[in-house]
Ligand binder design. Structure first.
Ligand SMILES: [Zn+2]
Length: 268
């Protein structure tokens, strides 16, 4: 098995003391590649420094912190071959940590940067459809994933119609709020499905035993894979191979963790 975790926040403070062990456990569990999510400028630099493929972007929660230096800084970080996507960026009308006009402005600016660099986008959309879809459509964004999809059927089909890949997390393992995804994943074409943990968040609620401090990590991706495969009524090995191929295709990763970034030694 050769899984790709397309979204792990390995720069999060909860990984400070053992990130090398976390990566080693993921490899041992069959997660051959991990893409580290960048959510601020500083965080995107830290993600790149881990030596794994990473993204460079500013999360909509932080849109209010953006300014004239934001896009040039992201462009500089994204100049490194290890940066495989721009993001995470998008809209979050659930928490509303930043005003909507700021969120939209910096989503558009990052999407335009991605288009000019010909890099894919790692997109966040929470309670923001249909506005999110309108922006994706107006910018003619083609290479992108709607990461951590948690929405309903109409939203899913809007994203699929726009050509987006769909990232599924352990949300699907949540008996309180993720049950609808068990049926919805069947609507996702085989060549558009991606898997991710969103570590350290979204620990699959049905994992037994629950990990210490309920911290999620990339080594738990096979648990999400098995849930998705069961929902699809298909062998987990097939779904693993397809989703890994999709991830390599979207992000331009080389097989078996041999991207230039993955070859670099871990930063201390
Ligand atoms: Zn997100």
């Amino acid at each position: 098995m050769q899984l790709v975790d397309i979204g792990a926040n390995l720069t999060h403070g909860s990984f400070r003391d053992d990130v090398a062990d976390v990566i080693a456990r993921a490899r041992a569990a069959g997660v051959g590649q991990i893409i580290v999510t960048g959510t601020t400028i500083e965080d995107s630099r830290a993600a790149l420094a881990l030596g794994l493929p990473s993204t460079a972007g500013v999360h909509p929660h932080h849109a209010r912190e953006c300014g004239p230096d934001t896009i040039p800084a992201l462009a500089e970080i994204a100049g490194d071959k290890g940066v495989v996507a721009i993001g995470e960026c998008g809209l979050d009308f659930n928490r509303n940590y930043s005003p909507h006009p700021d969120q939209e402005k910096w989503f558009v600016a990052q999407a335009e940067l991605a288009l000019s660099l010909q890099k894919p986008l790692f997109l966040h959309s929470r309670d923001a459809h249909p506005r999110f879809s309108q922006i994706v459509a107006s910018l003619k964004i083609e290479k992108a994933v709607a990461h951590c999809f948690t929405g309903e059927k109409e939203e899913l089909h809007a994203y699929l119609d726009l050509g987006l890949y769909i990232g599924i997390t352990g949300w699907i393992c949540d008996e309180r709020r993720g049950q609808h995804l068990l049926a919805l994943v069947r609507d996702i074409p085989r060549d558009r499905l991606l898997l991710e943990t969103d570590s350290p968040y979204l620990t699959p609620r049905d994992m037994r035993p629950q990990p210490k401090a309920r911290r999620n990590e990339p080594a738990f991706l096979p648990h999400i894979l098995r849930t998705v495969a069961r929902a699809l009524g298909r062998p987990a090995e097939e779904v693993a191979a397809e989703t890994a191929r999709n991830a390599r295709q979207l992000f331009g990763l080389h097989e078996s963790g041999s991207s230039a970034a993955a070859q670099r030694p871990l930063a201390a």
